[in-house]
Design a protein around this ligand. Sequence first.
Ligand SMILES: CC(C)(COP(=O)(O)OP(=O)(O)OC[C@H]1O[C@@H](n2cnc3c(N)ncnc32)[C@H](O)[C@@H]1OP(=O)(O)O)[C@@H](O)C(=O)NCCC(=O)NCCS
Length: 207
Amino acid sequence: MLESEYNKRRRLPRHLRPAPAPERPFSYEVRPAVFADVPDVREIYNYYVRNSVVTFDEKPWTHRKWADKFAETERLGLPFLVAVSPTGQVLGYALAAPWSGTTSFRYTVETSIYLGPGATGKGLGRSLLQALITACEEVGLREMVAVISDRGAEASIALHESLGFVESGRMGRVGYKFGRWLGTVYLQKSLRPRRRRGLFGRNARRG
Ligand SMILES: CC(C)(COP(=O)(O)OP(=O)(O)OC[C@H]1O[C@@H](n2cnc3c(N)ncnc32)[C@H](O)[C@@H]1OP(=O)(O)O)[C@@H](O)C(=O)NCCC(=O)NCCS
């Protein structure tokens, strides 16, 4: 008898095989990102750079680029959140970045949210984006804008709309990646800020 045939026979009949371990419940905690999360955040983001058109970036980000992004977000006091599993694995992140470096745009931010491929479709995106909205309101921001690819980002559009973002415009064929043209969808949400302070350390005179 061939060895491969022998191994086949050694397999227990279905009713005698041990039951598979029950799937662990999908649980996580959302907390502010710390510098040590940068490699995990980078890995999640670069997965989408390499494999999708949900981001327009074509080159993976270096550790240095993410470290600078982390430092800039911290310097401006903007929310940068991660969702972590009970074992400490980073499952996804969400952050707010200035919509523009021009000071008159100091109450407006652009959102960014990415989950690891194994963490999508389970409601985590909703919790993370809701936490980002709340954190933006707490620091005094007033408008959030999401710039989303018009191809392959249906989940992101559905997620933002389900949390009150409203489409404010589209641009066609402004990007080109993996041999095809891409457009952008703009979604916007007005916030209820808890304090009067914009980015760049400047305030509003009137609410
Ligand atoms: C976009 C993303 C953050 C959404 O998070 P998620 O945890 O997968 O989504 P959720 O399970 O919280 O679902 C949010 C909503 O989107 C809907 N949705 C999820 N996947 C969808 C899909 N493929 N097509 C259409 N709708 C979808 C859900 O039904 C849900 O709607 P509801 O609240 O009205 O029920 C996540 O899928 C992701 O990281 N994707 C890859 C990266 C990406 O596209 N980032 C955004 C770049 S702009």
